[in-house]
Ligand binder design. Structure first.
Ligand SMILES: *Cc1c(COP(=O)(O)O)cnc(C)c1O
Length: 422
């Protein structure tokens, strides 16, 4: 059963100061989870998590993760700028982008970030933008085909199609890229791959690690390049549904360690550092979208209208994603009513839940929408003139810190040229 990390009383007290809707993050939960990750990979002294900024591009969150030893994984100019302003320096920044504009390579190189090249042609883009290739560089691998794991009667536990994904280089290209980069002066090489998203399996990282470890051994033999780090990227998932199993990060770390012992150590590569670029796993469960019920409507179905909408959390509208909902103060009341929970956008997909069994809801109730800490506020937009909500941090001492204020109409109008000559 999913329990929110705030009570009704807490949420009402917070809402008295910061009107709903708002996203709130749980400092204690974020820190404890980051520590579990670092414990799981403590056997690899070079291990570092580069938090995928796109999941939660909120400086307060990035600073907190920095204190836990994390770097940042950026993929755009503004994410690089944010990382810089948060105090991340040099190799604390991974730049894993694709279809990359030249100016972004230039900034990444200036910051001394580790640049992860998505395509062999980007070597030339990087050269033109930065004048040289950095001493330490990474290439993204795409094995093509289909990636699947854990066949059972219900199907595969993990299934994705790298062959249809726009990312990374082919096997031949990555060897070619290594040779070229070496000629251009690179000395330390890394490889990266992202084969499946939101995996609920302790076997995903170990399986990916085996693929990358074997590739690292082959590339060293073929090209003579010194592979010093391997980036397992993101993709470790979270259970959005209450009945789904949770990943066990300690078991995942142990699985990767076994692959490391079996593949890298015998090849004399037992000094390779590992890194991850987790986003969802680091933050999703530690955020809630808190919203108040402002209407109920009974037509052919029963609707609960809340003051948040898809502009605050796009995943249900965009992917039909499930986000668990708790009616605060009614945690133990039986779910006897079937509702659609809707926002105000003039789009019929603006529904946080469809045909969801919940306790009886009254106007004025507060709802906690779960698992919004990653790809929640971050995917916000302003369609229909709906403005993005505030982001708050629930501190370990129970106090609340504002990380980002809610947008105002002035923000919405800020880019308009009012006196355009039309
Ligand atoms: C999105 C992304 C991540 C993070 O993915 P999660 O599923 O949130 O862990 C990591 N690396 C890259 C390159 C990404 O694009």
């Amino acid at each position: 059963m999913k329990r929110p990390f705030v009570t009704k009383e807490q949420a009402e007290a917070i809402a008295a100061r910061y009107p709903t809707p708002f996203h709130i993050y749980d400092e204690g939960g974020i820190r404890a989870n980051a520590r579990r990750l670092y414990r799981a990979f403590a056997w690899d002294p070079g291990f570092r998590e580069y938090f995928a900024v796109k999941a939660t591009p909120t400086p307060g969150i990035l600073k907190l993760l920095k204190e836990e030893g994390c770097g940042v994984d950026c993929s755009s100019l503004t994410e690089l700028m944010m990382a810089q302003r948060c105090g991340f320096r040099g190799e604390e920044i991974m730049f894993s982008s694709n279809d990359t504009p030249a100016e972004e390579f230039a900034l990444a190189a200036r910051l001394g970030a580790i640049i992860n090249l998505d395509d062999i042609s980007h070597i030339d883009t990087l050269l033109a933008a930065a004048g040289s290739v950095p001493r330490k560089i990474c290439c993204r691998f795409n094995p093509g085909g289909v990636f699947q794991l854990g066949e059972s009667e219900e199907g595969f536990q993990v299934m994705d199609s790298p062959g249809d994904a726009k990312y990374g280089m082919t096997r031949e290209q990555i060897a070619q890229a290594f040779r070229r980069l070496k000629e251009l002066g690179a000395e330390e090489f890394g490889i990266h791959a992202f084969l499946a998203s939101n995996t609920l399996s302790n076997d995903y990282y170990p399986a990916l690690a085996r693929i990358l470890f074997r590739l690292a051994v082959e590339l060293r033999e073929e090209t003579g390049c010194r592979v010093t780090f391997i980036d397992l990227s993101g993709g470790v998932g979270v259970p959005y549904r209450p009945e789904q199993p949770e990943n066990d990060i300690a078991a995942i770390g142990e699985g990767v360690r076994r692959a490391y012992e079996e593949v890298l150590v015998p090849a004399g590569m037992g000094d390779v550092a590992l890194c991850t670029e987790l986003g969802r796993f680091m933050l999703a469960p530690y955020g809630h979208l808190i919203t108040r019920v402002i209407h109920e409507k009974h037509i052919y179905k029963d609707y609960i209208g809340v003051d948040a909408c898809a502009a605050d959390l796009m995943r249900p509208a965009m992917y039909g994603a499930y986000h668990h909902i708790t009616v605060l103060g009614k945690e133990d009341v039986p779910c006897t009513h079937k509702y659609d929970v809707t926002g105000a956008l003039c789009e019929n997909n603006d529904k946080f839940a469809v045909d969801r069994m919940l306790p009886e809801i009254r106007v004025g109730d507060l709802l906690a929408i779960h698992d919004t800490g990653a790809h929640g506020h971050a995917m916000g937009y302003q369609y229909n003139g709906r403005l993005r909500s505030a982001e708050l941090l629930l501190r370990q001492d129970g106090s609340v810190t504002l990380l980002r204020r809610a947008e105002t109409p002035e923000d919405y109008f800020a880019t308009v040229v009012w006196d355009a000559d039309v």
